[in-house]
Write a new protein. Structure first.
Length: 284
């Protein structure tokens, strides 16, 4: 046994890299579905969505790009699956230029392929407009003051889902997919809190400390905090029958958890081998 442990201390680093690569790849291809216990802030988001009145219109804002896609993209899929399964019409807008491409990818997969929804009736994509928080302030006065047409060139007045929606105050719930500025904080400051609109957000892990005080103050109804919380939300919608298979966050967390476990194991083996080697050297 000691000989085996001593040899482990001399394993070629390329072998270690290969093993780590394999344990990361395997859960991505074949999710293990490791148990994930949902935290209170994630459950609060789920409960907030469940509390939306039947047929209530929801505004989902995309405020992230390719650099934060691995963390926030799974949240976008999960929240739209939940909303569409509940039958809520969804109005999509983008405060970031790259958010438009993120939104189009999610819409194509969820609205078009999975749920076969009708554009303009079940959902609409208003697209991106430059202006940061000025866009949020603008829609508090009127959507048509900011968006004259949607991404397909249709006037807002001709889109069925926009009937009865003059300002953001006519929205029943807002959800922000936020990686920074402008994002969750600006939604709280300029729309959700002043107009008392129920609001939740999904953010990167690094942004959680900035946003959490708004959750604790009751200005936000929970938060999906980074990839671990995205996996928690996926678990909740599967558990309650809103979807039937693990999403990307679950696979990513499986891979991350197994990789961390293997790395810790190698650290223990390496230190044990070093200890055995030192003991032998002291004998001589």
């Amino acid at each position: 046994m000691y000989n085996f442990l001593e040899k482990m201390g001399n394993v070629d680093r390329r072998v270690i890299f290969l093993i780590i690569g394999m344990v990361v790849l395997l859960p991505l291809l074949f999710p293990f579905g490791l148990p994930v216990k949902a935290t209170k802030t994630t459950i609060d988001v789920y409960d907030a969505v469940e509390a939306i009145p039947d047929g209530g219109k929801v505004l989902v804002s995309f405020e992230y790009g390719p650099s934060t896609k691995p963390e926030i993209h799974p949240m976008a899929f999960a929240i739209l699956r939940h909303l569409f399964h509940k039958g809520h019409p969804v109005i999509i807008m983008c405060l970031w230029p790259d958010g438009l491409f993120m939104a189009q990818e999610v819409i194509h997969q969820v609205a078009e392929l999975e749920y076969d929804l009708k554009y303009g009736v079940d959902y609409v994509n208003l697209g991106y407009r430059p202006g940061n928080e000025a866009i949020i302030k603008g829609i508090t006065r009127g959507f048509e003051s900011v968006y004259t047409i949607d991404t397909q060139g249709l006037p807002l007045s001709s889109i069925p889902i926009m009937r009865g929606v003059e300002t953001v105050a006519d929205i029943d719930f807002i959800f922000s997919l936020s990686a920074g500025y402008p994002g969750s904080v600006e939604w709280v400051q300029y729309a959700a809190d002043p107009l008392q609109i129920p609001f939740s957000s999904g953010t990167t892990s690094i942004q959680v400390n900035e946003v959490l005080p708004y959750v604790q103050a009751g200005q936000m109804q929970g938060i999906i905090a980074g990839m671990p919380a995205a996996a928690e939300y996926e678990g909740l919608i599967i558990e309650h029958g809103h979807f039937d298979m693990p999403g990307d966050a679950t696979r990513f967390m499986d891979a991350q958890s197994i990789a961390h476990l293997v790395i810790v194991l190698f650290i223990i083996l390496g230190n044990t081998a070093y200890y055995i080697k030192r003991k032998k050297e002291q004998k001589y």
